[in-house]
Design a binder for this molecule. Structure first.
Ligand code: CLR
Length: 385
């Protein structure tokens, strides 16, 4: 039944929200949604999903050959998908609408050292508000593994589902024991958000994403119920050696399975490839100010009362605080326009092209030919040094 999972009092506003989504395309972050679907978490916190298995991120550095390394990168990548795309359903029953970050919003965190894997640190900055773009760095310095990326979304509506095209990419840099380094370009899957009619949205991944580097082109194809094995969250990843791009492998490797459970080699290897039944480790949020305090632009400080309102069902508080923040930001933009001094980003420098992306995506099916880059300024706060 329509709106079955929606609190009765909010069914009308859920229907209006769906109609609004159906008739617009692009950015739905600014649409007003009914309270039951609101998440108290801002999108600036989502990059943390890249490292909820810090041991797999660190393991990339321990690989002995370029083939082992390419497999370690793929294993880490696939193992993040469960967290990235099923967490909200698991923890709060359905996909939710995250808070739309303010320009300059920040999030800092880390996963402490354990079993000699080293500390991994995370820094996120909202580098654009219109359209919303989030840039991030995740680094395990002791292992020499670093991920720098940015994310945006373009949404459309098709046969009852929201289609989310992810814009942006990430570059993973791995220091090699021999002194050099290897870089991998990662592109992102497309999302289909189903279950809207019932008011219980959930994500399925579709189409494909790429991991290119270390002498391999990796293509990951995503399918839901009724394809491949017929199971939800299915994928098939193919690593093809790329002559003349480093590495010495000659054989193709294929792994297949379900990304939220496990997978195995179906060609070029034997046995299990990945398994995410072990619990993940959520990030420890760290303030970026002196003494580890949180500054006024740090997400958990900025949205504190909005999040409290949403968590405790005090939607009047949430709405009031949200309007206050939005008005403050609008005023800030007006003042900047009047003074001619635009907002200065704290950690990233925007560039119109990304030479690593251009180089690695050459002669692959990755499009477009170039993308924006957000170059990290290597200025970690004291608390994360
Ligand atoms: C952000 C980048 C992360 C992976 C990720 C997971 C969930 C996505 C989110 C990204 C972007 C925003 C998103 C969200 C799921 C729902 C939400 C698409 C890609 C939209 C804006 C909200 C839709 C509202 C419905 C829930 C009704 O690495």
């Amino acid at each position: 039944q329509a709106g079955e999972a929606v609190p009765v009092a909010q069914r009308g506003s859920w229907t209006s929200f769906l109609k609004a989504i159906a008739s617009m395309s692009g950015d739905l972050s600014s649409l007003t949604a009914p309270p039951f679907i609101l998440s108290p978490v801002s999108l600036t916190e989502y990059p943390a999903y890249w490292c909820e298995r810090p041991e797999l991120f660190a393991a990339i550095a321990d690989a002995k050959t370029s083939e082992e390394r390419a497999l370690a990168v793929l294993r880490w990548f696939i193992s993040t998908l469960k967290g990235q795309y099923t967490t909200r359903n698991e923890s709060v029953g359905s996909e939710k609408k995250p808070l739309n970050p303010a320009l300059g919003e920040l999030f800092y965190g880390c996963w402490p050292d354990k079993d000699g894997r080293g500390q991994t640190r995370l820094l996120t900055e909202q580098v654009s508000h219109h359209p919303p773009i989030t840039a991030y760095v995740i680094e395990n310095e002791s292992k020499g593994v670093k991920l720098v990326g940015h994310n945006a979304q373009k949404t459309s509506f098709s046969t009852g589902s929201i289609i989310v095209k992810q814009i942006g990419h990430a570059v993973l840099t791995v220091k090699l024991p021999t002194g050099g380094e290897e870089q991998y370009l990662l592109t992102l899957p497309r999302l289909r958000i189903d279950g809207l009619w019932y008011g219980a949205p959930y994500i399925e991944l579709t189409e494909s994403s790429y991991i290119v580097g270390g002498g391999f082109v990796g293509v990951i194809e995503y399918k839901g119920k009724g394809y491949f094995s017929g199971k939800s969250h299915s994928f098939k990843a193919t690593l093809t050696p790329r002559p003349g791009h480093g590495g010495s492998a000659t054989k193709e490797i294929v792994v297949e399975g379900t990304w939220h459970q496990n997978s195995k080699f179906t060609s070029g290897g034997h046995g299990q490839f990945h398994d995410v039944s072990m619990p993940n480790e959520i990030v420890t949020a760290t303030g970026g100010e002196a003494g580890g305090e949180m500054g006024s632009m740090e997400t958990r400080k900025l949205w504190e009362l909005v999040a409290k309102g949403i968590r405790e069902g005090d939607f009047e508080l949430a709405q009031r605080e949200k309007s206050r923040i939005e008005n403050e930001m609008r005023q800030r933009r007006k003042d900047e326009a009047a003074s001619g001094v635009p907002w200065a980003l704290k950690h990233f420098t925007p560039l119109a092209n990304d030479s690593v992306y251009e180089e690695l995506s050459k002669n692959t099916k990755i499009a477009p030919p170039t993308e924006d880059a957000y170059v990290f300024q290597e200025n970690w706060p004291e608390s994360l040094k």
